[in-house]
Design a protein around this ligand. Structure first.
Ligand SMILES: [Zn+2]
Ligand SMILES: [Zn+2]
Length: 182
């Protein structure tokens, strides 16, 4: 039996612009180590590294978390941020601020631009009403900068557009994204 793509196996939508056979792995994600086909993974020529479609939203959120450390006011809030920064781990140095803005992300991964950039230009992401912020990470989101909120918004848009299964993301990440709207 040959190796298969994890993104195909969980039914994730495809990143536009793939020129390889769907289902045939062309890389191994640097974060989750899943094998992915060219429709579900993209190579960032910057660092360089291969990132899967499921870790990309998490990386956008990790970048937003890493630039929001001063927004945490309690140990619970700090821990929630660290969890997002490290994809649930605190020993993954490579997941610290990778993108400083959505434009930064577009430069590293041009294939995602067509599903993101037009909408993001016209979207002003904001935190939900403070009365709805019930958990530590939702409280931190209230204090995030507009840059950090845009990165979170990009993650949310990607997950919706590509119909990425929520089961592939951590509860804290889903909780954080539930605290923003447009
Ligand atoms: Zn695939
Ligand atoms: Zn991955």
């Amino acid at each position: 039996m040959t190796a298969k793509c994890w993104g195909c196996a969980v039914g994730a939508g495809a990143i536009p612009g793939a020129s390889f056979t769907r289902g045939d792995p062309v890389g191994c994600c640097i974060f989750c180590h899943a094998l992915m086909c060219g429709h579900h993974g993209d190579r960032d020529p910057g660092p360089p590294r291969f990132e899967c479609v499921l870790c990309t939203p998490a990386l956008l959120v990790a970048s937003a978390a890493a630039m929001s450390r001063q927004a945490a006011n309690s140990p619970d809030e700090r821990n929630a941020l660290l969890e997002l920064e490290g994809f649930g781990r605190t020993d993954v140095e490579s997941s610290r601020v990778r993108y400083r803005s959505v434009d930064d992300f577009g430069v590293a991964h041009p294939r995602y631009r067509s599903i993101l950039l037009n909408d993001l230009k016209n979207t002003n992401w904001h935190a939900v009403a403070p009365t709805l912020a019930a958990t530590p990470i939702q409280r931190v989101v209230q204090r995030m900068s507009s840059e950090a909120l845009s990165l979170m918004g990009a993650a949310k848009l990607l997950m919706n557009r590509l119909e990425l299964p929520a089961t592939e993301f951590s509860p804290t990440l889903l909780d954080a994204l539930s605290a923003i709207g447009a």
